[in-house]
Design a protein around this ligand. Structure first.
Ligand code: ADP
Ligand code: MG
Length: 720
């Protein structure tokens, strides 16, 4: 094999730093060491970094820039630079002051500086602190655009103070990395920390076996990290990132292959041969025609159920796309074949809603679902348990209570799991135990209303077959979405009120509060008071939040559902499981704090009746990503398109919702972009597994550890 030698990497700009001691190779302890050990990083900064999830040197060095700014390397003298062009100048500060402007929110900091060609002005917008921080005599590198004048004036885009420890040119020359930061820890500060951590890149653990690196021309881990943070060219940065992406996807693929291998060794499933008796009656009673997609998906599921390999299928389709009907047909299939079915929902509300919907849909088949949740009274629950254990009840619907030890089925053939990504690790384990019932392994149908792009589905759910319903049933009204700035809040209320005056109803969604449900509840309660006293005076306003007693919440929902209240102030409890066709407006506070998928789901609460819906997103995002998300929502209502956009904006980790954390969170890979790397990683994973299926060879030790860490919820995944 003639592997291309990996291109030379590393030793970028900072290597020329005069007086830097010759590098000693740092040990692995340095990689796991805390950030406040870095020169120039105190405990305060370290705490702010921890808020971003960066605790160790390793975390920091794996916090990759999301883009680079290209600041031309050649520094010039002001007099040689054509007016209107961007440049980096090395100057000395003479004096500095803040100048107010006629615009209220605008302050300009103006400094008199000199370079060797003479004096010039430098100005910054809205950075008043600089006037305090910079002192006459400071040497600066200024990056900006030169404007005519005498002397000429430089509008500064980025600056750095020389002689304060960081590598010269870090912020102003060459390819300058831009990091995701926070207000408390801006990209600039992160850049300085990464610079300080640079010598410790050599401590990064090398998980890829040498043959693989040669085969795919991948640089060593330390070189890759240096290349990504301090690239001399875009190509170098790309090659570094590619290595990190492939490693990450490889670990994921190895885990998925191991899962599939285990699955193949599992016991047989149950062949469910349908008679058509029940599903025929149900189909006939439907008040509508199934869409071609529903027919197709129902057909696929039917074939899966007839097979003696247990079905593992993911059905994705947006809220209202008609998944429940498809699930109902699958349930009929199972029941008429003599098996029982169970539907598992993440919340009580959703479970109750499923019982209502399914009992309507399945009435013609004579199938009556029994509800099993933690809140069903004990005696009643025991009665239901007996019915399930003896087989007199053929369909159970419930929350995780269904998975608990007390519940037994006489012949469980099909489990439908709604919104499975909302289930925790323990519950997923309990589920696998549950489907391995006595009569064989039950078939599993997962449903999700969070659309997942195909590439992501392949990666995240590599062990599942995927079916998609893309189009919603015909006759749906559109929802108009507006992004409203704080100063236009009053206008938003006016739009909302005019719907209420027309006899329609509205949701007001309170901001996510990080301190938890209780704080959220308090915020929601005071919002009700504020609205009732002001913007919504004269209308009746209800309240629903997660910390409420179930009865109170149910009552609030019922009153809203029946039109007794005009507006419902709620936390995200309404995200799933409320269907009020007369509600036409939804106003979401601090919308930028929600994930795109979540906003899309919230928006799905309106536009369910005959009148068009209106979604008002209030938000003044500080970051670019927040703005792009809100922008995206105003532009499209196609959940798949939004999922693709989310993939581009935020990466995969956050797509499945704010609370999602699992083996599919990706740190480096961006599936929207890294398709080729995905293919390479799949290839590499197959090679590695064919050779060493339990990853027990020494050269695979770190890979094995990485797979185990990523798939913590699958115990003994790699045992022989
Ligand atoms: P999902 O479970 O995907 O959120 P549902 O199955 O609850 O969606 O369907 C949403 C609504 O659309 C329900 O009121 C359902 O009766 C209706 N519906 C489902 N399929 C069709 C169809 N083919 N034509 C018209 N309406 C449909
Ligand atoms: Mg549904």
């Amino acid at each position: 094999m003639t592997a291309l030698a990996a291109p030379p990497l590393g030793g970028g700009r900072g290597a020329a730093w005069p007086g830097r001691p010759p590098p000693r190779r740092p040990g692995p302890a340095a990689w796991d060491g805390p950030l406040d050990r870095l020169p120039g990083v105190g405990t305060g900064v370290a705490a702010r970094a921890a808020a971003l999830g960066l605790r160790t040197v390793g975390d920091l060095l794996q916090h990759l820039p999301f883009r680079y700014e290209r600041f031309d390397d050649t520094r010039s003298l002001a007099r040689d630079v054509p007016v209107g062009s961007e440049t980096t100048l090395r100057v000395r500060l003479e004096s500095i002051s803040v100048r107010p402007t006629r615009r209220r929110r605008l302050r300009i900091v103006r400094a008199k500086v000199t370079d060797e060609s003479g004096p010039l002005w430098a100005s910054w917008f809205n950075q008043e602190h600089l006037a305090r921080m910079l002192k006459p005599g400071d040497e600066l590198l200024l990056r900006g655009t030169l404007r005519a004048g005498s002397p000429p004036e430089l509008t500064v885009k980025s600056h750095e103070i020389l002689g304060r420890g960081a590598s010269e040119g870090l912020h102003t020359t060459g390819l300058v990395p831009v990091y995701a930061g926070t207000e408390a820890l801006p990209a600039r500060r992160i850049r300085e920390m990464v610079d300080a951590a640079r010598p410790l890149a050599a401590a990064a653990p090398e998980a890829l076996p040498a043959w693989l690196r040669h085969r795919l021309s991948l640089p060593a881990i330390a070189d890759a990290l240096i290349a990504v943070h301090f690239p001399r060219s875009r190509g170098e940065a790309r090659r570094g990132r590619r290595r990190l992406v492939i490693e990450e996807l490889l670990v994921l693929q190895l885990g998925l292959l191991a899962l599939r291998r285990r699955e193949g060794e599992r016991r047989r499933g149950i062949r469910l041969v349908p008679t058509g008796a029940l599903s025929g009656a149900v189909r006939q009673a439907l008040p509508f025609e199934l869409t071609p997609e529903q027919v197709r998906v129902a057909g696929r599921i039917g074939r899966d159920l007839r097979d003696d390999r247990p079905m593992r299928r993911l059905l994705q389709g947006e809220v209202g796309s008609g998944k429940t009907v498809v699930a109902a047909l699958a349930i009929c299939h199972a029941v008429e074949a003599g098996a029982q079915a169970a539907v598992l929902a993440p919340t009580e509300t959703l479970a109750e809603q499923h019982v209502a919907t399914l009992s309507d849909l399945l009435r013609p088949a004579g199938v009556e679902p029994v509800l099993i949740t933690g809140r069903v009274p004990r005696a009643e629950r025991e009665r239901r348990q007996v019915a399930l254990a003896t087989g007199t009840a053929s369909l159970a619907v419930g929350t995780q209570a269904l998975l608990s030890g007390g519940i037994e089925f006489s012949r469980l053939g099909l489990v439908v799991v709604d919104e499975q990504h909302r289930f925790g690790v323990d519950q997923r384990q309990a589920l696998s135990a549950r489907v391995e019932g006595t009569g064989g392994v039950a078939h599993l149908l997962y449903m999700t209303a969070t659309p997942i792009p195909r590439t992501l589905a392949l990666t995240a759910y590599g062990d599942l077959a995927v079916s998609t319903i893309r189009r919603r049933p015909p006759g749906r009204v559109p929802v108009e979405t507006r992004w409203v700035r704080e100063e236009d809040r009053e206008e938003a209320y006016e739009s909302l009120r005019s719907e209420l005056r027309a006899g329609r109803q509205a949701y007001v969604i309170c901001p996510l509060v990080e301190e938890g449900e209780d704080a959220e509840a308090r915020a929601a309660t005071s919002e009700v008071e504020r609205l009732a006293a002001g913007p919504l005076a004269g209308f009746s306003v209800g309240l629903a939040h997660g910390a409420q007693r179930l009865d109170d919440k149910r009552e609030a929902m019922r009153r809203f559902g029946e039109g007794d209240t005009d507006a419902l102030v709620a936390t995200t409890v309404v995200e799933v499981g409320i269907d009020v066709p007369n509600a036409t407006v939804i106003l979401i506070e601090d919308a930028h704090r929600f994930g795109l998928a979540q906003l899309h789901q919230l928006r799905g609460r309106v536009g369910r009746g005959e009148s068009p819906g209106l979604c008002l997103l209030l938000g003044d995002p500080a970051g670019e990503d927040g703005a792009r998300r809100l922008e995206a929502l105003t532009q499209t209502s196609d959940g798949f398109r939004l999922a693709e956009l989310d993939l581009e904006i935020r990466g995969e980790g956050s797509i499945l919702g704010v609370r999602q954390a699992g083996p599919t969170d990706l740190r480096f890979a961006r599936l929207a972009r890294d398709r080729r790397e995905l293919a390479e990683a799949r290839y590499a994973a197959r090679r590695v597994m064919a050779d060493d299926p339990t990853l027990s060879r020494e050269e695979h030790r770190l890979l094995r550890a990485a797979v185990m860490e990523r798939f913590v919820d699958v115990p003994r995944l790699l045992d022989g």
